[in-house]
Design a protein around this ligand. Structure first.
Ligand SMILES: [Zn+2]
Length: 462
C-alpha cells in the first residue's frame, strides 16, 4: 500500500517536471519570475537568461581569467560540479526548484555513466549542463594533449550517452577539474568551441568544513564582489545543508539569479559591450585606464640590428664594469673567484678537496701584514704621549689606512711633515697604480718609518 502511494507520488512528480520542461526549457529559455514560482510567491526566481558565445569568450571567471560573465550588479550565476550523484544531486535539484532558480551543472563523465538518469533530471529541470572531464583528474595542467583530449572527449561522450546523443541538450561549457588550468587544455577546448568556466568565488564546500562555514564563505565572497559566478558541488551534504540559506539570504539582500545558456544558430548571444566582460571595467573616473597599454613605437628605417656577440654579454669585462661605474650604474659584484662554466657544473657533482698549499700565506704578504699590525699597535701605544703636531703618528696612520685601503691612500695627499701636520692635504704626483701587484709591493717595502719619510719627501712646495 505504502509502496503504491510512493509510486503515485513519483509519477506525479515526473508529470510536474515534464510540464515544467515543456514550459521553460526545450523551447526558448525564459526567466522564471519569483511571483510565478509555483507554491512559493517569495521565491528568489531567475531574473533573466544570458546567452553567451563560447567562441567569442573562450575563458571566463576572475579566479583565473581576465574575463567573466557580463553580469550586472547583484547578479549571481550558480554552478554545481562533480555530479550527478543521486543522493545529494536530487536534493540540490529540489532546493533549486523550490526557489525557481536555474543553474549550470558540470557533470563528470564517469558519474554520468553510473547515473544517466541524474543527467536527464538536470536537463528536465531546465538547468544548463556542461562537462567536467571523464574521471576528474587533478593533473590536467600537466597532461599531454592526447590525454587532455581523452578526458574531455570521453566526459562529453558519457554525458551525451545519458541524453541519447542529443548534442543540443549539452552546453559547450567545461570546467577543468580542480581548476588546474594550463595552456594545452585551454587551447584544445577553444579549438573545439568549448568555453572554459572558472569561477568568481568558491564556497570551499569540497573541504571538511561545516555547512555554516560554506554559507558564510558564499555570502561573504558574493558580497565582496557584488556579482559573479558561485562555484558549488552538488555531491556534498554540506552544500545541500547550506544552499537553502544561501538562496534565502541572496533574496533578502536583493541579489538576482541569472541563467546562462550557450548561443546557437537559432539563439543569438545576448548583446553586450566588451567592458561588461570584466569584473571591474575601466571607467572614466580612473585616470590610468585611459592610457593605452601598448605604446606607439616609432620605428626607424633600419630593419636589422647587429647580432650580439658573446663578449657583449660578459659582464666581467673590465671595460663594461668601468663604464658602469663611471655611469653610476650598479654593475654586478666582481668576484675574485673564477666563474664556473655551466658545462662544468653540469658535468661534475663533486669537487676535489683543496690542496694544503692553497691556504699558504705568501711570504711577502706575511711581511705586509706584520708591518701593518706593528704600525697600528705602535700608534695605539704612542697616542697618549705624542705631542700635538708630531710627525710619527700621522705617518703611521697613513700606513695603516693604506694597508686597509691602498688605492684610496695612494690617491690621498700625505699630510705635511715637520710641524705642518694640520695643513690642508695637497696633491701629489700620482703613483704608479697600473695594477694591484705594484700596490702590494709598495706596502711590502714601506715600514712605518720609511712611510713617514717618503710622505715628507713627496711634499709639493707651496
Ligand atoms: Zn570538480
Amino acid at each position: 500500500m505504502i509502496a503504491n502511494v510512493l509510486v503515485i507520488i513519483r509519477k506525479r512528480s515526473r508529470t510536474v517536471i515534464g510540464a515544467a520542461l515543456l514550459s521553460c526549457c526545450f523551447m526558448a529559455p525564459q526567466a522564471v519570475r519569483a511571483a510565478d514560482c509555483p507554491g512559493n510567491p517569495n521565491a528568489l526566481g531567475t531574473s533573466r537568461t544570458l546567452v553567451v558565445d563560447p567562441i567569442e569568450h573562450p575563458r571566463i571567471g576572475t579566479m583565473q581569467y581576465p574575463e567573466t560573465l557580463p553580469l550586472a550588479d547583484h547578479e549571481v550565476v550558480l554552478t554545481f560540479d562533480d555530479g550527478p550523484l543521486p543522493k545529494y544531486s536530487n536534493q540540490v535539484l529540489a532546493i533549486l526548484a523550490s526557489q525557481c532558480v536555474k543553474a549550470t551543472f558540470f557533470t563528470i563523465g564517469s558519474q554520468a555513466r553510473f547515473n544517466p538518469e541524474g543527467v536527464r533530471k538536470l536537463i528536465a529541470a531546465g538547468h544548463t549542463v556542461g562537462t567536467h572531464s571523464q574521471n576528474h583528474p587533478l593533473t590536467m595542467n600537466k597532461m599531454p594533449l592526447e590525454k587532455v583530449k581523452q578526458e574531455v572527449d570521453d566526459g562529453i561522450a558519457s554525458t551525451l550517452a545519458a541524453l541519447n546523443g542529443d548534442k543540443s541538450k549539452l552546453a559547450p561549457f567545461f570546467r577543468i577539474p580542480g581548476l588546474m588550468r594550463a595552456e594545452i587544455p585551454e587551447a584544445y577546448l577553444a579549438s573545439q568551441g568549448i568555453q572554459v568556466w572558472s569561477a568568481d568565488f568558491p564556497a570551499d564546500d569540497w573541504r571538511h568544513v561545516s555547512p555554516q562555514r560554506v554559507y558564510d564563505l558564499a555570502i561573504q565572497r558574493i558580497e565582496a564582489k557584488h556579482k559573479g559566478i558561485l562555484l558549488l558541488h552538488d555531491i556534498q551534504p554540506r552544500t545541500v545543508a547550506a544552499l537553502p540559506r544561501i538562496l534565502n539570504t541572496l533574496k533578502e539582500r536583493g541579489y538576482r539569479i541569472v541563467h546562462v545558456v550557450p548561443a546557437t544558430a537559432d539563439r543569438p548571444a545576448t548583446p553586450t559591450e566588451p567592458q561588461q566582460w570584466f569584473m571591474h571595467p575601466p571607467t572614466e573616473t580612473v585616470a590610468i585606464t585611459r592610457w593605452s597599454k601598448i605604446p606607439n613605437f616609432v620605428f626607424t628605417a633600419t630593419r636589422t640590428l647587429p647580432a650580439p656577440v658573446f663578449a657583449d654579454m660578459d659582464w666581467r669585462d673590465a671595460d663594461i664594469l668601468d663604464h658602469a661605474q663611471r655611469s653610476r650604474i650598479a654593475g654586478p659584484v666582481r668576484t675574485l673567484w673564477p666563474q664556473p662554466q655551466l658545462a662544468q657544473l653540469a658535468a661534475v657533482s663533486t669537487l676535489p678537496i683543496p690542496a694544503s698549499d692553497v691556504f699558504r700565506v705568501p711570504e711577502a704578504l706575511d711581511l705586509t701584514l706584520l708591518a701593518t699590525r706593528s704600525a697600528a699597535s705602535r700608534r695605539i701605544a704612542q697616542r697618549p704621549t705624542i705631542a700635538p703636531g708630531a710627525v710619527a703618528p700621522r705617518a703611521q696612520a697613513i700606513s695603516a689606512r693604506q694597508a686597509r685601503h691602498p688605492k684610496q691612500a695612494a690617491h690621498q695627499a700625505p699630510a705635511a711633515a715637520h710641524g705642518r701636520a694640520h695643513a690642508a692635504p695637497r696633491p701629489v704626483a700620482q703613483p704608479n697604480e697600473s695594477n694591484a701587484s705594484v700596490r702590494v709591493a709598495n706596502l711590502k717595502k714601506r715600514t712605518p718609518r720609511a712611510e713617514a719619510s717618503a710622505a715628507a719627501s713627496k711634499r709639493v712646495p707651496d
